[in-house]
Design a protein around this ligand. Structure first.
Ligand code: ADP
Ligand code: MG
Length: 572
């Protein structure tokens, strides 16, 4: 069985394209006119039954809008939803479990949000009949014998009340009007009185979560709740969700593996081909499911969905102790904010992780050692050039290729950079306008362009934001080998503990009062820095023996009690 997808946004007919796909189709030439045709909205469409999958239109489409994909035949009977002609479709459906927390794990564009909409009655299963849809009665009949059937039956009767934290945070107005009760004190009084437009990303996310938790509901759904939250907010909100929604049916989509693992009892994996189709796996216990996901193989379904296994290992230092940057004790003041930093050294080929709350001087530190911010004793003259990826990336109205050429003219002929470009999928967006990129694409582009700039120190402020798990791990490998191979240095600020633990050999904890004062802790082994962080929040972690990923211990479990007693909050 095959499916054909055409990305409507990419298809430039009729304005900029004269239906090259129609012109080159051998079936059309033979007289099978309806094989490739114009839709009512003038975009191209392909009849999946008439198409012979020759691939000519796929190769000839100047806008790379067409995909022809072969699927295993047995999938046909499980098609649950398709948006439109030649559009994305999903097979199987996410299954909430009464009284349990189910996590959904999968790449960006694989259909997680689509599935959430299907179980919250924002969308209805149509079993591929996107023109007519299916009646509720038909839907119930089609799911007979499946876990989802009794759930949908109650949902359509109005017996299930759903409270949902949407992935996109499109709020406006006063916080107090959005978070009415603030039942679990997720929002401070000061923020309650503000307008959404004056808040930071993390604060808006907290508002969205608080609003969802305020509602009395039977089912709670959180679509990517940890985005933009700092590490303390993540841990605190995770604990509140765990405690307050105990025994509530809950669904959570999340790419922060440590948090997904901590929050959920079971997971369902979504795999397939991004923006073409997605398949939902069976339910698995969380630990098993995450490890299967990393392995790229589902034993119960005998399904290998990725060629390679994902390995999470700590970054190994290359042993060289050649100094790249060394600075004395210093203080720096900008506006109302004071930062104090102790004397320290960054070695060549090393990645230093930075963890801590937002607003305690992480970026100010990086700017100070590269001379962009003055210290109390004047500018530090360490002779270092910095390349900086800011936390928030602005998309300008420019073609990606031109933007990259303006940074490094000959990047396309460099072996290193063309390799990195492919691994990040930048080669596929070279002809796109930056304004049309997704959050994940924009982040990968920002990481790539930061590496393109010639510098001594590469500073990445929250590179994991908007990236799915695979992208996060790819970014770890790419940045890790680039810095090592070129004997540069990197400073990476992030709130995903798996990410920080895997990418950095040493790390520092920043502490202080946000926007007033901050202090940089010593640069120590990353595990030590995480240890200090965990002490502050009284949480313990260990490493999974199979995958090497960090896991939070359940409060008051045997390991939790033992580790707290010994003070080894992060046992490795
Ligand atoms: P995820 O949440 O896993 O990132 P989504 O469910 O948001 O994935 O999207 C899956 C695919 O469905 C994407 O390719 C997206 O472009 C497509 N899609 C989403 N909404 C629509 C729609 N209304 N019409 C057509 N395609 C859509
Ligand atoms: Mg989504």
């Amino acid at each position: 069985m095959k499916i054909v997808t055409i990305k409507e946004k990419e298809c430039q007919a009729p304005e900029a394209c004269d239906y090259i796909c129609v012109q080159v189709c051998p079936r059309v030439r033979e007289g099978a006119v309806g094989t490739v045709y114009k839709r009512e909205n003038k975009k191209a469409a392909i009849d999946e039954n008439l198409c012979i999958a020759c691939g000519i239109c796929v190769n000839r489409c100047p806008y790379d809008a067409i995909r022809v994909i072969n699927l295993p035949d047995e999938l046909n009977k499980e098609l649950v939803f398709q948006y439109n002609v030649n559009s994305f479709r999903t097979y199987n459906i996410v299954s909430p479990m009464e009284g349990k927390v189910v996590g959904i794990l999968g790449r960006n564009g694989i259909g997680k949000t689509t599935n959430i909409n299907l179980i919250s009655n924002t969308l209805k299963p149509n079993f591929g009949d996107f023109l007519n849809g299916a009646s509720e009665k038909e839907i119930i009949r089609r799911f007979r014998g499946k876990e989802i059937q009794p759930y949908l039956e109650k949902l359509y009767k109005g017996d299930i009340k759903i409270s949902k934290k949407e992935q996109s945070l499109s709020f406006t107005g006063k916080v107090r009007e959005i978070v009415k009760k603030n039942k679990y004190k997720l929002i401070t009084d000061e923020i309650m009185d503000k307008d959404i437009s004056s808040l930071s990303g993390g604060q808006i996310q907290s508002v969205a979560i608080a609003a969802a938790m305020d509602n009395e509901a039977d089912v709670y759904i959180f679509d990517e709740p940890m985005n933009y939250l700092d590490i303390y907010q993540r841990l605190r909100i995770a604990n509140i969700i765990k405690e307050k929604l105990k025994n509530k049916t809950t669904i959570i989509v999340e790419h922060d593996l440590v948090m997904l693992d901590y929050l959920t009892d079971f997971v369902q994996i979504m795999y397939g081909s991004e923006s073409n189709y997605g398949i939902v796996s069976h339910l698995m216990q969380t630990r098993v499911g995450i490890n299967n996901y990393l392995a790229g193989y589902l034993p119960s379904e005998n399904m290998k969905f990725r060629e390679h296994e994902i390995k999470i290992k700590g970054n190994v230092p290359d042993g060289s102790l050649e100094t790249l940057a060394s600075w004395p004790d210093f203080n720096a003041n900008i506006g109302q904010f004071t930062l104090s930093v102790g004397q320290n050294t960054v070695y060549r080929g090393e990645i230093v992780g930075i963890i801590g709350e937002n607003g305690v001087g992480k970026t100010t530190f990086a700017k100070a050692i590269t001379g962009l911010v003055e210290t109390d004793n004047g500018r530090l003259e360490l002779g270092l050039k910095i390349s900086y990826k800011p936390q928030f990336i602005e998309a300008s109205d420019v073609i990606v290729r031109d933007m990259l050429i303006s940074i490094k003219r000959d990047f396309l002929s460099s072996e290193t950079f063309s390799g990195i470009m492919k691994r990040l999928g930048i080669d596929r967006i070279l002809n796109k306008n930056m304004k049309n990129l997704s959050g994940g694409e924009l982040q990968k582009l920002a990481i790539f362009s930061t590496l393109l700039r010639d510098a001594d120190i590469y500073l990445f402020d929250e590179p994991s934001a908007n990236l799915d798990l695979e992208d996060r791990l790819e970014a770890i490998n790419i940045v890790g080998s680039f810095i090592k191979a070129n004997k540069k240095g990197a400073i990476i600020i992030d709130h995903d503990l798996m990410f920080i633990n895997a990418i950095s050999t040493r790390a520092a904890l920043f502490e202080g009062t946000p926007n007033k004062s901050g202090r940089m802790g010593n640069i120590t082994r990353t595990e030590e820095a995480i240890n200090s962080l965990l002490k502050r929040v009284d949480i313990t972690m260990r490493k999974d023996p199979d995958s090497g990923r960090p896991r939070i211990n359940s409060p008051n479990s045997r390991l939790d009690i033992e580790q707290k007693k010994s003070g080894r909050m992060f046992e490795i």
